[in-house]
Every structure is written in C-alpha cells, then in structure tokens.
Design a protein around this ligand. Structure first.
Ligand code: F6R
Length: 608
C-alpha cells in the first residue's frame, strides 16, 4: 500500500532512493517518483507504471550531500498516472511530500483550499496535505506539518522536504507504518525495514502522532505537541541477503524453499524438554486455563491460517473458537467483552483492518494475543502479548512461509492450551509436540517433488477455472491453496468443503474441469473420497494431494497424485500446503504472470 523512502546524507541521493523503492515495490507498483534538492532547488521526477520506468528517467543523475524522498504507489484516489504519482508539490514547487494512507476528509479540505485560490493538479487525497503544509509554513517545517496533520482525518505516513529547510526531512505517521533508520553521517525513513537495511540496522519505529526531523547528522523526535522525546533504537536481526533473490528467479519460490528452515526457527526455540515453552509470550498455565472462548481475527492468507487454528483448538482444547474476517469484525458491533481471548494473526502487523479489529477488541475489554511476523509492527506493539512467527522477511506478495509459520504458532498455542486445560494426557501432548518437530524435515522432502508439480502445472496452465476441495482441516487448506492460485495466476478458483459441493456448486463441474482434492485426514478420507467420485463422475480431472499412508485409497480417483511424506494427521496442513504453493507458482510462471507482484495487489494493505 505505497512505499515511502527518504534519505539525508552525503551519498548521491537518487540511487539511494531508487534502491530503497526497489525493496518496497512489493507495497505498490502502479507509479513511482522521487523529489530531491539539488543545489538547493527542488527536483521532482515521476513516472507511471512499475519502478523500471522511473529508473530509466533518473539514470545518470547525481545529487550529493543533500536530502530526498521517494514513493512507490498503489492507487486509491485517482487512476495510476504521472499527475497522481507522488511526490506532490505545492503551487510554487518548493515543498514536496510523499504519503502512504488515506485522507478521509480530503474533499472538504480541498474545497476550502480551493476557496483560498489553490489549484489542484491531481485527483489524489494526498495533494491537500502539501497545500495545507504550505499554508501553515512560517519558519519551522515541523510546526507546519504538525498544524496541517491536526486538520486531517484518516491515516498517513508522510515524508516532507522543502527548499527553505534544505537539511531536513520531516516525517510523521498515524496508522500507516514508518521507520526511521539511524545511520552514521546519514539517516533515513522508510515504510519498511528492507529499504534501509543496506545503510543501518538501527531503527526507530515511529509511534502514532510522533514527528521526526531527519538530518544528515542526527534525528530529533517530538511528541504530538512537539515536546522533544528520547529515541530508543531497536537493532534489526535480519540482514540484507534476506531481501535479495539469491539466484532464484522469484522471491516466491525462494520463500517457498525457505520453509523447512523458518518452520524450525519458529518451533525450536519454543520447545523445552519436549514441551511447549511460552516464556516470551507471558501467558501462564493459569491464564490459559481460564480461557473460555477464543476469537481469531485476520485477513486473507492469515484468515485461512486462523481457520486451521479453529479446527485444531476446538478439537484438542475443546474451547469454542470463532474466526472473523477483520474488515467485517470491526463494523459488526461484535459481542465481545473481558471474557474473550482474541488472537490476531498478521504477517506485516500493519494491515489496517486487522489493526482496527485489534483496537475494537481491546476497547471491549478482550485480551489480545498477536501472531505477527514483523517485530515492532503496530499489531505487535498494540497487542497484550505477541507470539512471533520467525519467517524472516517475506517479499513476494503471495504469502507462503508466513502462512506455514502462522500455522506452527497456532499449533504451539493449541497444544499448550489443551495441556494446560487438562484436555490432553501427558503422553498425547508429548507425541503431538514431536509430531510438530518432525514437520520441517518433511517439508524439505516435499520440495523434492517440485519437478512433478511443474510438469503438471505446464499441462494445465490454460485452465479457466479450478476447484479445491477438502473436508475438515483439508477444507481450511483448500481455501489457502485456491487463494494462492487465483492471486498470482489470475485463474478463477474456488474452495469448497467437499461435502457441500452437491448443494449447488457441482453444477459448475463439467468434462475436463480441474479439481484439486486435498485428502490428508484419515478420519474423513472415506467421506471425502465419495465427494471426489461425485466430481470424477461428471468428467473432472483430479489432482489428489494425500499422505503416503493414504495413497492406495486415493489412487483410483486421481488423474495425478502427489503423495507427501506421512505426518501426524493434525499437523499435515503444514506439509500439504507446500504442493499447492508450488503448483500455483508454476501455473503463474507458465502463464507469464508477474509472480512476485501480481496485478492489483500490494503486500501490506494499510488502507481500509
Ligand atoms: C495473500 C496475502 C494476503 C495477506 C493479507 C493479510 O497471499 O498475503 O491475503 O495474508 O493481506 O496480511 P497480513 O498478514 O500482513 O495482515
């Protein structure tokens, strides 16, 4: 949802900005631009389309010992175009801003500014901000920014530069992420850490309302009323190599292949003497025992992970679980109070709907535990406790390793809860914990079947519609498999609870329709097989994903069968999703799609 970068230092600011934007392009890629001071004069260069267009325009340009800001856009207000691209400038062209977020009252502000004689040149909500700052600007840029934002309703992360204040970038945020990078003789701002990792690992996550003044030699921080505040930096553990493709053609396949490692990273530190240890979360067994009902809230892939969470928590811990789509939850006047234990699941920790749902839950007195990937993200900071997935940086827009590590966290929580509540005998608990411990190696084995899936994808990439079916946990998985396919290959796809097909959707199955049947759960496999037979009887071509141990039962209904190594059934979600991720990847590659940056999508959805 738009990426912002800013730099104050001695280097040629243009390649620094472009390099930062390259690392943020996953956040939006319909237009991009930079503004920088050169010889004290404002220069603004913008281009429609992906960043490559802007890169061509700025090639060979040099501006050292100066400041600059850059932006990659995901359009909300106004079509993707040069005029709507950021940075936006005031009428005299000596002030420039970049913005991530949405200004909800921009129309009223625009009308009032137009009455003052200001002419607008874009259709964006952002342009009102630059004119407001100009309007309030006297002899202190941060004061003008502070007054301007007091008029705004909505969300924003802003970077502002001015010819009149040639040494500084003013940055502020509300409900859109912004990180300050603290370097030596150079300082930066960015929407996300990868954009600044090349220069520093010391960062400060701006809190809502805080204003930062970034200069080459230092960063000053102020609270909402402009009192100075101390900067407590955080040192990032990731390194630059995680933001590189490392020889892979796409981030997505790199991230798929990282799953054995990141699953082990997520699991191993939480195991002690064969038991789940949650010291970092601060949830005692006594606190767990008191949990009576759980609501899991998330969006997209994280929502699908939450669904798996529901199945396993209800099965093992016998606690009722509701799963809510964050964008629905926030407006439904939810029935929630201090008796509810809420889990919010988010890779980025910056998804606007998820943050709003978290706040709604807290407002109603619920305890909120986050399962988040990005350390220091808003979700992680605002929740009462955090269980971090250790997926590392996820760059491909389509989530893969974040999903499986979310599952791992949900499993850990589930086993710990079930045991604390006395719903699982010690032997069963230990057996289930070792079932989880076996998963990373099994995932590694499945990656060895890539070629088979690639071949199958190449035979089917022209499909117009694909159905994913399963029962129980397999249905939860089918939802995620289907999302992976549609988001990156643009092939229509639907996930169905296998037993529900005959209540309407089976009408869509015809000769040659591709159906992916997920059959990993022993207690449901016979029922699920009957459902598969219902589609084969109508001419469907079936790709079966099953475990080795069920292969013989499933082979007769399969046109193609992928047998994954045997795992404990309850944990087979983390293995069975891998072939679906790989299949979606190769379908998209064969169709020539931009796998890492699918159309209309952005990695971090920081708008409603
Ligand atoms: C799909 C995908 C999205 C995200 C969703 C929530 O592959 O990545 O559906 O899962 O936008 O994002 P986070 O987890 O960052 O809150």
């Amino acid at each position: 949802m738009c990426g912002i970068v800013g730099y104050a230092g001695d280097k040629n600011v243009i390649p620094v900005l472009i390099g930062g934007l390259q690392k943020l392009e996953y956040r939006g890629y319909d237009s991009a631009g930079v503004a920088y001071l050169d010889g004290g004069k404002m220069n603004v260069i913008k281009e429609k389309g992906k960043l490559a267009g802007l890169e061509k325009l700025v090639k060979g340009k040099c501006a050292e010992h100066t400041i600059g800001i850059g932006h990659t856009r995901w359009a909300t207000h106004g079509e993707p175009s040069c005029a709507n691209a950021h940075p936006h400038i005031n009428m005299v062209g000596d002030l420039a801003i970049v913005h991530n977020g949405i200004i909800e009252n921009y129309l009223q502000l625009k009308e009032s500014l137009e009455r003052k004689g200001i002419r607008f040149v874009s259709q964006t909500d952002t342009e009102v901000i630059v004119h407001l700052i100009h309007y309030y600007l006297k002899d202190d840029l941060k004061e003008a920014v502070s007054t301007a934002i007091s008029k705004l309703k909505g969300s924003y992360a802003l970077g502002v530069i001015s010819e009149r204040f040639p040494d500084e970038i003013v940055a502020v945020r509300k409900d859109s992420p912004l990180v300050v990078g603290l370097g030596k003789g150079e300082n930066l701002i960015a929407s996300d850490i990868p954009a600044i990792l090349e220069y520093t690992r010391d960062v400060y996550f701006l809190n809502n309302g805080e204003i930062a003044v970034i200069k080459k030699d230092g960063v000053e921080l102020f609270d909402e009323v402009l009192n100075p505040i101390a900067c407590e930096p955080y040192t990032v553990e990731w390194d630059v190599s995680q933001a590189e493709k490392a020889g892979y053609p796409h981030f997505m396949i790199k991230e798929i292949e990282e799953q054995p490692r990141v699953l082990a990273d997520t699991l191993t530190p939480r195991l002690k003497d064969g038991e789940v240890c949650f010291d970092e979360v601060g949830l005692t067994d006594d606190a767990l025992k008191k949990i009576k009902k759980i609501t899991i809230i998330a969006c997209g892939t994280a929502y699908h992970a939450s669904y798996v969470g529901k199945y396993i928590i209800e099965r093992f811990a016998r606690v009722p679980v509701e799963v809510e789509i964050a964008s629905e939850f926030r407006y439904k006047n939810p029935i929630m109070n201090g008796d509810n234990f809420v889990i919010v699941v988010s890779q980025s920790g910056e998804t606007a709907d998820t943050i709003a749902a978290l706040r709604e839950a807290k407002k109603r007195g619920a305890y909120v535990m986050a399962i988040a990937n990005v350390v220091g993200s808003t979700v992680a900071r605002e929740a009462d406790s955090v269980l971090y997935t250790r997926a590392g940086m996820e760059i491909a827009v389509a989530s893969t390793k974040a999903y499986t590590t979310q599952l791992m966290c949900l499993y850990l929580f589930c086993l710990k809860l079930a045991y604390a509540k006395g719903k699982m005998a010690p032997e069963e608990y230990r057996a289930n914990v070792s079932g989880l411990a076996a998963i990373p190696d099994k995932v590694a084995d499945i990656l060895g079947q890539k070629d088979l899936l690639q071949k199958f994808a190449y035979e089917h990439f022209t499909e117009k519609s694909v159905f994913y079916i399963g029962r129980g946990l397999d249905y939860a998985l089918a939802m995620e498999g289907s999302l992976k396919l549609k988001e990156i290959s643009y092939i229509h796809s639907e996930a169905y609870a296998a037993g529900e097909l005959k209540h309407g959707t089976i009408a869509l199955i015809e000769e040659g329709t591709l159906v992916v049947a997920v059959l990993t759960q022993g207690d449901l496999i016979e029922k699920a097989l009957s459902n598969v037979k219902e589609v084969t009887a109508r001419g469907a071509v079936v790709l079966v994903i099953t475990q080795e141990k069920y292969k013989d039962m499933a082979k007769d209904v399969a046109d193609k069968l992928i047998a994954i190594p045997d795992a404990a059934d309850f944990a087979a979600t983390m293995t069975a999703i891998i072939p679906m991720q790989i299949f979606a990847y190769y379908m998209a590659v064969q169709k020539g799609c931009d796998v890492d940056k699918p159309r209309n999508l952005a990695k971090s959805v920081t708008v409603e």
